[in-house]
Design a protein. Structure first.
Length: 560
């Protein structure tokens, strides 16, 4: 199967499956679109306008078409809008196909398909798969294209089966799919399978209004294949019907192609008259549409005709024309190839720069993310440390409070214990005082008794009295000293610090006064007269620098 057939079938599939119809360049329309682009403030308007501009350039200036398509795709990606991205990817796929950047075209259609799968749009998934199969057909990956298109048919059955009500008309894309499947099978060497799919496509195209040109294409492919298989009747039938359909549709270029196919067919049957007739009619139409390819084809056919007729002059004329057209085609093809290579190189360079920029952005995002993570980690650690410190401070405060409460309790306990000891000590002192008073009373009674006794008896009584007085003084004082030190163990140390020159008796007086004892009680313990004790108190005030002050001696000593 010739490559032109593949191009034609692919072009029709792209025209139907892409986002909009394609137009020839119109300067007035282009100026209007550029002005609208400059005034656009919305991403949706920008993307749609850029796509329309790229369509305006697509057939006449592919380089500009590709640039505008790239801009549309870039803005669509940045907008994060799936509807705009879908439009831009589909348009980019078509423009790349126009350039012959088939790998890039397939890549964009794959991305388009995957996006529609994420969005759950089965119909657009279907459109993407049709385009992928068509691009692979152009890449001559016939097996992959066949498999993709068969998967498309399976998906169509699945979608249609899920509909509550079946459509009254077949899907418009089915004739295209069957035509491309026929091309794939024909190139894989399965002509009968190719005929089956061409026929199925033609049957469906007859049922759908507006599919006359697609029907003509299917019939044209059938007729050519029948001719190659040696089935002339079927070939003439389908080729003739295709010609008639194109004539009715006003498709001049298509009619010229049909005339070429019919001329080829009749030449293969050695029917030179019919072959010449179709060749001459086709040449006239080719001159009208200005198709160099068709002019070259018809010049070659007419050269063969005149050469078989041995009409050398006419044969030479058309041979020269054929060579001129072939040279022109080769020149144009070479120019297009150079242009395509230049544009491809520029596109790939821009794509590489875009990828490098994308990688730089990703790296910046990574670095920024790492920095944010690091700062967050540091802040987290600082927060953790602050919280830990706060917890430690709270625990410390709790411990201090507990210690304070403990000290208060201990102080209260000590004060209570001191109070109890003071009471016990006072009780004991009072007991000793009472005991001493009792002893003194006994001594007095013994003295009165001794007046009635003889000398020996008096001496004996006096000895008893002296022993009792001596025992009373030492025992009371020793008991007092012991208990006082147990209760007020630091009193003497502080008293020595305040007044180092105090005598033992003065220290004892201080201890009595510390217990808030009266002169009479002190006299009872010490055996001194109250007057002597008052005199001792006066001397003590002087030593303690309390003379001429209102501070009582007892209050002063209680504060020690």
């Amino acid at each position: 199967m010739c490559r032109d057939l593949i191009k034609i079938s692919l072009l029709i599939s792209f025209l139907i499956a892409t986002t909009g119809s394609l137009h020839s360049q119109n300067l007035q329309r282009l100026d209007s679109l550029i002005y609208r682009l400059e005034m656009a403030k919305d991403d949706s308007v920008r993307v749609i306008t850029l796509i329309e501009i790229s369509e305006q350039y697509s057939f006449d200036d592919l380089s500009m078409g590709l640039r505008y398509a790239e801009r549309a795709l870039e803005i669509a990606r940045l907008s994060k809008r799936s509807d705009l991205l879908s439009l831009a990817l589909s348009n980019m796929g078509f423009v790349c196909f126009q350039y012959g950047l088939l790998e890039l075209a397939a890549r964009h259609y794959y991305e388009f398909r995957d996006l529609q799968k994420q969005l759950g749009d089965q119909e657009r998934v279907l459109a993407g798969m049709v385009n992928i199969g068509s691009v692979k057909l152009m890449m001559q990956k016939f097996e992959e294209s066949r498999d993709d298109l068969l998967e498309v048919l399976r998906l169509i059955e699945e979608i249609d089966a899920a509909k509550p009500e079946p459509d009254t008309l077949p899907r418009a894309e089915l004739p295209i799919i069957f035509n491309n499947l026929g091309v794939a099978y024909e190139n894989l060497g399965y002509p009968e399978d190719a005929i089956e799919y061409y026929r199925r496509g033609a049957t469906i195209a007859r049922r759908i209004p507006g599919q006359e040109l697609m029907l003509a294409r299917l019939l044209n492919n059938l007729g050519k294949l029948y001719g190659e298989l040696g089935r002339p009747d079927e070939a003439i039938r389908d080729l003739t019907e295709a010609l008639e359909l194109r004539r009715k549709a006003g498709d001049t270029h298509g009619q010229a192609s049909s005339y070429r196919n019919l001329s080829h067919f009749y030449f293969s049957l050695n029917d030179y008259a019919q072959a010449f007739d179709y060749a001459y009619k086709g040449l006239a139409l080719a001159e009208r549409v200005g198709s160099i390819q068709l002019l070259s084809n018809f010049s070659g056919l007419l050269f063969s005709y005149f050469d078989n007729k041995n009409q050398a002059d006419s044969a030479l004329k058309f041979l020269k024309k054929e060579k001129e057209y072939v040279n022109q085609l080769n020149s144009e093809e070479a120019h297009r190839e150079i242009t395509r290579l230049e544009v491809t190189s520029q596109f790939q360079e821009r794509e590489l720069l875009r990828q490098m920029e994308q990688r730089r952005k990703e790296q910046r995002y990574v670095y920024t993310g790492a920095l944010i993570l690091l700062v967050a980690t540091i802040l987290g650690l600082l927060y953790f440390l602050a919280q830990s410190r706060a917890r430690r401070l709270r625990l410390a405060n709790v411990n201090i409070q507990l210690e304070f409460d403990k000290n208060i309790l201990e102080k209260a306990s000590i004060e209570k214990e001191l109070e109890l000891k003071n009471k016990e000590f006072t009780t004991n002192v009072m007991y000793q005082i009472n005991k001493n008073e009792l002893i003194q009373d006994i001594i007095k009674k013994l003295l009165r008794l001794s007046l009635k006794l003889n000398t020996d008896q008096k001496e004996y009584i006096q000895d008893i009295i002296r022993d009792m007085e001596k025992a009373m003084d030492e025992k009371v004082w020793e008991e007092f000293e012991l208990r006082f030190h147990n209760v007020h163990n630091e009193f003497y140390e502080k008293l020595n610090a305040l007044c180092p020159g105090l005598s033992i008796n003065e220290k004892r007086l201080c201890s009595f006064l510390r217990l808030n004892m009266t002169t009479k009680e002190i006299s009872s313990i010490t055996g001194q007269s109250p007057k002597s004790i008052e005199t001792a108190r006066t001397r003590l005030r002087k030593k303690l620098n309390l003379t001429n002050t209102e501070t009582s001696l007892t209050d002063f000593l209680e504060a020690v």
